[in-house]
Design a protein around this ligand. Structure first.
Ligand SMILES: [Zn+2]
Length: 397
């Protein structure tokens, strides 16, 4: 009898210790700060709550970085981290922010669009909290977040999520999915308010072209693709053709009219901007992938996804043994980080180029490294050492 009581106390203490250890890890990820050194063309950092004051002080508020040439020209908004479990979207935004030159027009970049979702991992998936990029001056470490808004910030989920304003019924967890809550509303859930604030930025600043960066599982047909709103279709089609001929395979899809809440549909419908979404291949989030390790995030090499590829079940080039050759002659083995970062950079540059061709009044002169440069030098080459940079250009994000 007495022993049973001691045993119970022992288990209580042990579970308490495990709870504290686990809690420390959750706390660390929630408060981790990434470092970015912005380029000399940086103008100012504002918060997203500038466009919707009730976001201030919430985990939905997030920094917006502005690069204004001060000269007339088009304007662009880039959103990384709509789904923080696709973290290369944020890294691609950082690489742009660290290297961008803006000669005409104005650029807005939100590297972590759903900041709340970046503060935890997917429950039940068991994967590392961080991944690192090697540079000449050391390692730079970034978060691997979740797909959806943290339940600590928005809870509980309803049985059915009714999208506003279409009334379409969506899966319950999509009420916390930033790519299902557009165009949002100012007094809605936290995720709807983030969507609404981004829409307000686009409308207030009269953004000409909008990019939403994503990564997709290889078994999802929309991988390695632009998804274009109706008005951006010509731009996306020309850019996809050019990229496929000269750099890497890129497909194009028209935004479906009957699937609501997504950026490529609602941002185009509820503003004047040309809306494009881009997907890179990311084996890490494939359902069939094996151990979800940092190496899988960085190298994208997985034997189970390979087996799926051999059976014709994936929708892009993938080979972990021989690799495949891109239009520049690079052999791509798996789906490495540089390949995915480079795709987003050139995907943006090429579409910008075609916007200037189709709409000369929206043309803007913007440059940053593209896919060829990233494949040649590696992503780390384009990340700057914060300890050597001018302090006014170093930010914690
Ligand atoms: Zn996504």
């Amino acid at each position: 009898m007495k022993n049973a009581v001691y045993l119970k106390i022992l288990f209580l203490v042990l579970s308490g210790i495990l709870g504290i250890l686990g809690g420390i890890e959750f706390y660390e990820l929630r408060h981790y700060q990434e470092t970015v050194v912005v380029s000399e063309d940086f103008t100012e950092r504002i918060m997203l709550s500038t466009y919707l004051p009730n976001l201030e002080g919430t985990w939905g508020d997030t920094p917006v970085y502005v690069f204004d040439s001060g000269k007339p020209g088009g304007s662009m908004l880039i959103c990384g981290g709509t789904h923080p479990y696709e973290p290369i979207t944020t890294l691609a935004a950082y690489v742009i922010m660290e290297n961008i030159k803006v000669e005409t027009g104005k650029v807005y970049i939100i590297p972590v669009s759903n900041r709340s979702a970046a503060t935890l991992g997917m429950r039940g998936n068991g994967y590392p909290k961080y991944y690192s990029v090697e540079t000449a001056w050391g390692k730079q470490t970034y978060r691997i977040g979740d797909r959806e808004t943290n339940p600590l910030d928005q809870w509980p989920d309803p049985y059915t999520y009714v999208h506003y304003p279409s009334g379409q019924n969506l899966a319950y967890q999509d009420i916390r999915n930033l790519n299902r809550t557009y165009p949002g509303r100012p007094d809605g859930t936290l995720t709807e308010r983030i969507s609404y604030a981004i829409m307000e930025l686009i409308r207030t600043e009269d953004i000409d072209i909008f990019f939403d960066f994503h990564e997709a599982s290889l078994m999802y047909p929309v991988v390695s693709t632009y998804v274009a709103h109706d008005r951006a279709m010509d731009i996306g089609m020309m850019a996809a053709m050019m990229l496929s001929a000269t750099q890497f395979p890129m497909k194009i899809e028209a935004s479906p009219k009957n699937l609501r809440g997504l950026t490529h549909r609602e941002v185009g419908d509820f503003s004047n901007t040309l809306a494009l979404l881009m997907e890179t291949p990311q084996p890490f989030i494939d359902r069939v992938a094996g151990r979800m390790t940092e190496a899988l995030m960085v190298d994208g090499i997985d034997e189970f996804v390979q087996t799926a590829a051999e059976k014709g079940l994936v929708y892009c080039d993938y080979d972990i043994h021989e690799g495949f050759t891109d239009a520049l002659g690079n052999v791509i083995i798996g789906a490495p980080l540089d390949y995915r970062v480079g795709r987003h950079l050139s995907g943006t540059l090429e579409a910008l180029n075609w916007m200037g061709m189709f709409f000369p009044e929206k043309a803007m002169s913007v440059s940053f490294p593209g896919y060829p440069e990233i494949m040649e030098n590696g992503t780390g080459y384009y990340l700057h050492d914060p300890s050597k940079a001018d302090k006014s250009r170093v930010f914690q994000n």
